[in-house]
Design a protein around this ligand. Structure first.
Ligand code: ZN
Length: 65
């Protein structure tokens, strides 16, 4: 029983229990998972870009250019 609990994991997309060898429970979830990762990366890039812009704006204002 304990072994079964250790060996199963949940699909990151639909949270269904599935085997540990798989990334997602189905092809459909694999596709959705890829899209989720892409979206997360895009959000990260946007966040970093915003930070850079903010720092530049603050630096320009601080220096009074
Ligand atoms: Zn799934």
């Amino acid at each position: 029983m304990a072994e079964r609990l250790v060996q199963h994991k949940h699909c990151p997309v639909c949270k269904k229990a599935m085997s540990t060898e798989k990334e997602t429970c189905s092809e459909d979830c694999a596709l959705r998972h890829k899209i989720q990762i892409k979206d997360r990366k895009r959000t990260m890039y946007f966040f970093y870009f915003s930070m850079v812009v903010l720092v530049v704006v603050l630096a320009v204002q601080f220096l009074g250019i």
